[in-house]
Design a protein around this ligand. Structure first.
Ligand code: B16
Ligand code: MG
Length: 214
């Protein structure tokens, strides 16, 4: 096993700002359901799989729908989302992320991804970052999404890393809860008060320095 910390990145909201596009897509869906999705409620959707997001929305809106309608909405949400991300490229990488990854690789750290998104590989390729990752775990690789730690456990196994030696970068409460459950070092990125449960919080990725993990 490698003794250097392994860095496990979240995708949406950490590597790239696609989280705003998820919010926009869900807002349109919610509008058609006569439910007004607030930014505060949207915090609870971050890091959560597409179908679990819809479960939550239907509960908040007090709605019951057929499984046929449920699947149609999931398809519609993903089409809206894919439409919004169709033009993303490496200019959409959040400031500081590329330099951190390059520097970490230069210093022999392993880099993994754990995103709840089923679109993660597609997005990493569009950002030109795919080849930097030693392991990629996404929404297609796990049965239970965040806050379940299944994906983080898989990322640690694929990189042959001890979970205690893994550092998780997350913008979602669900992701921080998942990392905390298995004693990974959790780094929250963003302004939400929900991130306070992380071991450390930075407002922006660009404030993070590789030396912070020596
Ligand atoms: P998709 P992350 C998560 O990605 C997003 O935070 C969350 O908003 C989204 O619902 C989920 O992926 C599923 O995404 O619909 O593309 O499969 O933050 O874990 O990288
Ligand atoms: Mg995220």
């Amino acid at each position: 096993m490698n003794n250097m910390p392994t860095f496990i990145f979240d995708l949406d909201g950490v590597i790239t700002n696609t989280e705003d596009y998820h919010f926009d897509a869900w807002k349109s869906i919610c509008f058609s359901l006569n439910y007004d999705l607030s930014a505060e409620k949207n915090e609870e959707l971050k890091g959560v799989s597409r179908s679990k997001c819809l479960d939550k929305i239907l509960k908040w809106a007090n709605l019951n729908i057929s499984s046929k309608e449920f699947n149609e909405i999931l398809k519609k949400k993903n089409n809206l989302y894919l439409n919004k991300i169709s033009n993303i490229d490496s200019s959409n990488i959040i400031k500081g992320v590329y330099d951190f990854i390059e520097n970490a690789k230069k210093h022999n750290h392993l880099i993994a991804l754990y995103s709840s998104s089923k679109n993660a590989k597609f997005i990493l390729k569009k950002l030109n970052l795919y080849s930097y990752f030693d392991a990629i775990v996404d929404g297609n690789s796990v049965k239970a999404s965040k806050p379940d730690p299944e994906g983080f456990i898989l990322a640690s196994k694929l990189t042959n890393s001890n979970p205690k030696n893994c550092v998780v970068f997350e913008d979602s409460e669900a992701g921080i809860i998942a990392g905390n459950k298995i004693n990974m070092t959790t780094i929250g990125i963003g302004k939400s008060s929900k991130l306070k449960i992380a071991n450390k919080v930075y407002e922006k990725f660009e404030e993070i320095n590789l030396n912070d993990f020596k």
